[in-house]
Ligand binder design. Structure first.
Ligand SMILES: Cc1cc2nc3c(=O)[nH]c(=O)nc-3n(C[C@H](O)[C@H](O)[C@H](O)COP(=O)(O)OP(=O)(O)OC[C@H]3O[C@@H](n4cnc5c(N)ncnc54)[C@H](O)[C@@H]3O)c2cc1C
Length: 577
């Protein structure tokens, strides 16, 4: 076992982790521990843009952005946090520009902006140009920019290290245990502050836009350490994934004027969102697609692929397609043999973004509202501030990463100055060591593969876009069974170096735990709000359910508690677009 000591350990090298590391490293000796090489983090896949009311193309205001965020989140958003997000977004985008991010430009040389779902002017009057972009490679540019800045500032990187455990001393963090993938060695990190920035967990679903590494490790580790997770029932399905594959077609295509059509070529969004049409929030567009398909108006799939609809960008012309969405054009040519400038793209909803996660203050400190965990932080997709409420607007995740990543980093820089180095409890690494030993104990267990398939199929079919009591109960039961059977799984590969069998097993354990929390939280919430759409409770119920869920994992049980929503600025209203 190898020991390390740092003031701050950041787990995760996506946009949120790197931004936090940049700020923390101003006073704290900072290490970034990442299971991927930093520039392979999922932030690098973000296409469409980062939202900020710069007003470069038309009039815009942070207040409108904050309002859209609250309304888009179906009023489950904490409103002061949304205000910070929208106001600080403007500074954050110029900050990225100053650090070297090559944004696309307007003819005048200003940062270019495009329309995106749910972003409006004058509190909902019509779509506004708010998304700042670098073609359809915005996340890639953010990640490269921040990584370069971290290298310049001498942040220490532990690349390809899988965090396995968080070490707590009561309600204070003391460090983490990690597995070095190249050697199979266990490392113990003792530190005053630990920040989780481990990203999303779309891999619990069969069809997803998420990378293979998006397995929710951070929230799962904390859930097993007894820390509740917030609003896990709110999982976003993006309306336009490539049929059968889930690879994302950015909302930027509709932002540039792309149109969704059913099998008869009708622009069906006219029925569902007469004002914003194809640029309505994602939860509404995904439901509209599923409703069209259920009514037999989808394009027929085959035995392997469900029915789907078409995203038409042919009228935009080759020049716009190749300059504004070049990567999308490439994906379509590679995976579908279609040129989107000539033929419409076949699309269906794909599991995309976790609104819920580790509950935090506006400075990234982990808290349930009643219990606060000293030195423990979370930011980015794995956290829940909550600025996305029941449904995130496109372009608001990238803002979340840089705005709240920066705030958490600043808080850490200050916190470590006054905090002593915690002592590590005896045998802090033991659970992780035993877990790995068990996987290699020589007994013959089932392979991990079929567990993934069964979990992903159940979550997709029973805890997907539309939900109902019976299927969700079945999903909870199945996940419990899988968690039981999972204990027999062993690694077939006996090597220590780069054992991807072991990694897959550790990741599956995390996904199973989060699937249970997600399905149980969804079963518990008896209303429809944002991305949580129940056919048996189709209405939003503010009197009963305008509250955050706090779900604690306790063996095979999930215990539910609640937290108030901050509605201090705008009174909740019915959502129409
Ligand atoms: C295809 C796609 C397109 C998107 N487009 C947009 C967009 O245009 N605009 C927008 O606002 N949002 C977009 N999103 C959402 C947004 O990109 C993500 O929510 C965001 O990038 C997540 O960033 P993060 O910093 O939280 O985590 P990530 O970038 O996912 O990084 C997670 C990090 O955690 C590390 N990690 C995870 N587990 C462990 C562990 N156990 N031990 C050590 N390290 C670990 C990984 O190595 C990685 O470095 C998109 C998402 C996808 C999937």
């Amino acid at each position: 076992m190898i020991k390390h000591e740092y003031d701050a350990v950041i787990v995760g090298a996506g946009g949120s982790g790197l931004y936090a590391a940049l700020e923390a490293s101003k006073t704290a000796r900072t290490a970034v521990v990442s299971k991927l090489f930093p520039s392979r983090s999922h932030t690098g896949a973000a296409q469409g843009g980062i939202g900020a009311a710069l007003g470069n193309v038309e009039e815009d205001k942070p207040e409108w952005h904050a309002f859209d965020t609250v309304k888009g989140g179906d009023y489950l958003v904490d409103q002061q946090a949304a205000k910070i997000l929208a106001e600080d977004a403007v500074r954050a985008v110029y900050d990225l520009e100053n650090r070297g991010l090559p944004f696309s430009r307007t003819d005048e040389g200003k940062i270019a902006q495009r329309r995106f779902g749910g972003h409006t002017h004058h509190f909902g009057e019509g779509p506004v140009h708010r998304s700042c972009y670098a073609a359809d490679r915005t996340g890639h540019m953010i990640l490269q920019t921040l990584y370069q800045q971290c290298i310049k500032n001498d942040v220490s990187f532990f690349d390809e290290f899988q965090a396995m455990d968080v070490i707590m001393d009561g309600n204070r963090v003391a460090g983490i245990v990690a597995l070095e993938l190249a050697t199979g060695e266990i490392h113990l990190f003792r530190s005053k502050a630990v920040l989780f920035a481990t990203g999303g967990f779309g891999r619990m679903f069969k069809i997803t836009s998420n990378a293979y590494a998006n397995t929710g490790d951070g929230p799962a580790l904390l859930a097993r350490a007894g820390i509740p997770l917030m609003d896990m029932e709110f999982y976003q399905f993006h309306p336009t994934g490539i049929k059968g594959m889930g690879i994302l077609i950015t909302e930027g295509v509709r932002g540039e004027g792309g149109i969704l059509r059913n099998r008869s070529g009708e622009r069906f969004m006219e029925t569902y969102a007469p004002t914003l049409l194809d640029l309505a929030p994602r939860d509404m567009v995904s439901r509209a697609i599923m409703t069209e398909i259920a009514a037999g108006r989808g394009v027929r799939g085959d035995r392997k692929i469900d029915d789907y609809v078409m995203l038409d960008a042919t009228h935009l012309g080759k020049e716009t397609v190749y300059s504004k969405i070049p990567d999308i054009a490439d994906f379509c040519k590679t995976y579908l043999a279609i040129d989107p400038a000539e033929k419409p793209m076949p699309v269906q909803p794909t599991a995309h973004y976790a609104m819920g996660g580790i509950p935090t203050t506006i400075d990234g400190v982990v808290t349930t509202g009643t219990v606060t965990y000293d030195g423990l932080y979370a930011v980015g997709e794995c956290a829940c501030v909550s600025v996305h409420g029941a449904n995130r607007l496109g372009t608001n995740s990238l803002v979340d990463l840089v705005v709240f990543g920066r705030r958490a980093g600043m808080h850490i820089a200050d916190y470590v100055k006054g905090a002593s180095m915690p002592s590590l409890p005896e045998g802090a690494e033991e659970a992780a060591v035993k877990k790995i030993e068990r996987l290699h104990d020589g007994s013959k267990g089932p392979h991990v593969g079929p567990f993934y398939t069964r979990m992903q199929e159940a979550m997709m079919a029973k805890v997907g876009v539309y939900r109902n009591e019976r299927p969700m109960t079945e999903a909870v039961d199945l996940i419990r069974t899988l968690r039981d059977e999972f204990r027999a799984v062993r690694s077939e590969d006996t090597n220590k170096a780069f054992n991807s069998d072991v990694l897959g097993i550790l990741e599956l354990e995390n996904l199973l735990d989060l699937s249970l929390v997600t399905a149980a939280s969804a079963l518990n919430r008896k209303e429809s709000r944002g991305a949580h759409s129940r056919e048996d409770y189709p209405e939003r119920d503010d009197a009963g359910w305008l509250k955050h869920t706090l779900a604690s994992l306790d063996g095979q049980d999930v215990k539910i508690d609640y937290k108030d929503v901050d509605t201090s600025i705008w009174e909740p209203k019915p959502r129409t677009y």
